[in-house]
Design a protein around this ligand. Structure first.
Ligand code: ATP
Ligand code: MN
Length: 478
């Protein structure tokens, strides 16, 4: 007999049929004559209740049916008065994999997220983390669907690279050198010409520069790959390894770029609302439970309401300079409540400022544009004022920056001057400059941090809980 998955069993509700199901025991409840076993196979949030008549099965089998054990059950599907409309009356039970109830770390009770992070190899077996995994998958699919529908091509950009796109020195090195005895040149410096690639290399911090090369031939491309940043920031919004979606479009100016970013985010959120309802409802309840002891004004908006709110409202668009004015005149600035003061033009906005604009001032997502040139990367297009660049950051409630992007500097001379001023080694970037030498065109793009999106969609408070195996400073388990 072919195994059926719980998702299809609960959808078809084929009362009276004999079926075979496999999964892991979430809970077992014993009454005098029957055992009630909640079985979950991860295909959906819901469990299938299995009813086992104790007179039908050997004590040696019943004893092994514990939380965490894997079972295959053949039985008859009958109507149920429980949570689901159907339940399975067991005829045969096979214990596929035992789990010692005294040792299995996941007990049928609420565990803290911190504890579950320590056993991330098992946390998929909880409702919370299986919901997140299913939503994550749906969002990956929606990303590809959106861009495919719009005629974009997916490009794989390299993971090992010699260029540090942001020039921020946050690259992890890639080397095959014996670290305690690397070859050195006469001046005592490490001689990378003898390393595997014959030069200094690292893990990519962004696929953008290579993405630009493709966009200036294919018109519209996107990358969706892992990125690595050795930034030592122990926050709830930063990972050392995360996934980024980076579209790059020829003949797009900053307005086109903003339109695309807004449409994209709304598409993804609507996709989740339409396709992940059960998991979202569960996560919504989880969040409300978690926050029930907080004062009213510190509680989050209900998850589904929040998602609809973002999907249905226009994002505010304003310049960095306007934002600085708003921040300087804000209550927290006047009362000295910001941890980082807003000095004026040139201040790098912190997450507390971004969240103030979004959550308190405008009460909706904000796209900030025209940042000071000095605090942004070399490739951003210089505006006519000479002081600002055509950058755009999309700011979300709870998250702060979810997207960073810009119109790119397409003018060769301006770009070269800028690179010199910012100490970007020109000789290593000739390949990039070629796009500006030959058939250069206005173009734009942005990067969406995939885990920041998932943090927002799931309402989780910490980015470490929305990637299966988080990598953060001093933490690389599993
Ligand atoms: P932040 O100021 O929040 O550190 P950033 O300015 O370094 O972000 P970008 O370099 O513009 O970010 O990267 C594009 C997007 O990638 C960001 O908008 C964010 O969504 C995501 N991102 C950046 N750094 C991280 C990180 N360490 N972990 C997870 N996502 C990140
Ligand atoms: Mn950063």
């Amino acid at each position: 007999m072919k195994r059926q998955e719980i998702k299809e069993i609960l959808q078809s509700e084929a009362i009276g049929s004999t079926i075979k199901v496999s999964g892991w025991v979430r809970t077992k409840r014993e009454s005098k004559n029957v055992n009630f076993i909640n079985l979950n196979d991860g295909t959906v949030l819901s469990n299938l209740q299995v009813v086992a008549d104790v007179n039908l099965f050997d004590e040696s089998i019943l004893r092994k049916i514990n939380t965490g054990a894997a079972l295959t059950v053949v039985g008859e599907l009958v109507e149920s008065g429980g949570q689901q409309k159907v339940e399975l009356v067991a005829k045969e039970i096979e214990v596929v994999g035992e789990a010692d109830p005294d040792k299995y770390p996941l007990q049928p009770k609420r565990h803290s997220l911190e504890f579950l992070r320590e056993i991330a190899h098992l946390r998929f077996r909880t409702n919370t983390f299986s919901s997140i995994a299913r939503i994550r998958h749906a969002m990956i699919f929606a990303v590809h669907k959106f861009f495919t529908e719009k005629g974009f091509f997916n490009i794989h950009t390299p993971i090992i690279t010699a260029s540090d796109a942001e020039g921020a020195g946050e690259m992890f090195q890639v080397t095959t050198f014996e670290l305690n005895n690397p070859p050195r040149s006469d001046d005592g410096k490490i001689d990378y010409s003898q390393d595997f690639f014959g030069k200094h290399t690292g893990l990519t911090v962004s696929g953008q520069l290579e993405g630009e090369l493709a966009a200036l031939a294919l018109s519209k491309i996107y990358t969706f790959g892992p990125t690595f940043r050795a930034e030592n920031s122990n926050t709830s919004r930063h990972l050392a390894e995360f996934w980024m979606i980076e579209p790059e479009m020829a003949f797009y100016d900053l307005n086109d770029n903003m339109d695309l970013a807004e449409e994209f985010l709304k598409y993804l959120i609507n996709y989740a609302l339409e396709n992940c309802e059960e998991d979202l409802m569960f996560l919504s309840q989880r969040q409300q439970q978690e926050e029930k002891n907080k004062p009213q004004d510190q509680r989050s908006m209900e998850l589904i309401e929040k998602l609809k709110f973002v999907a249905d409202n226009e994002f505010v668009r304003l310049t960095y300079t306007e934002a600085i004015k708003i921040l300087q005149n804000s209550k927290p600035a006047k009362k000295g409540k910001f941890q980082y003061p807003v000095e004026g033009f040139g201040t790098d906005l912190q997450s507390e400022h971004e969240r103030y604009l979004v959550e308190k001032h405008f009460k909706r997502p904000v796209i900030l544009i025209d940042y000071p040139a000095d605090i942004k990367a070399f490739y951003m297009k210089v505006n006519e004022d000479g002081n600002t660049v055509a950058a755009m950051d999309v700011l979300f409630p709870q998250i702060g920056e979810i997207i960073g992007g810009s119109q790119r500097e397409e003018r060769y001379d301006v770009l070269v001057e800028k690179m010199k001023a910012m100490n970007i080694p020109l000789e290593e970037m000739e390949w990039y400059l070629d796009t500006r030498r030959y058939g250069s065109v206005p173009h734009s793009g942005f990067g969406l941090g995939f885990e920041r999106l998932i943090t927002f969609v799931t309402g989780m408070g910490n980015i470490r809980d929305v990637i299966p195996f988080p990598r953060t400073p001093k933490n690389c388990e599993f």
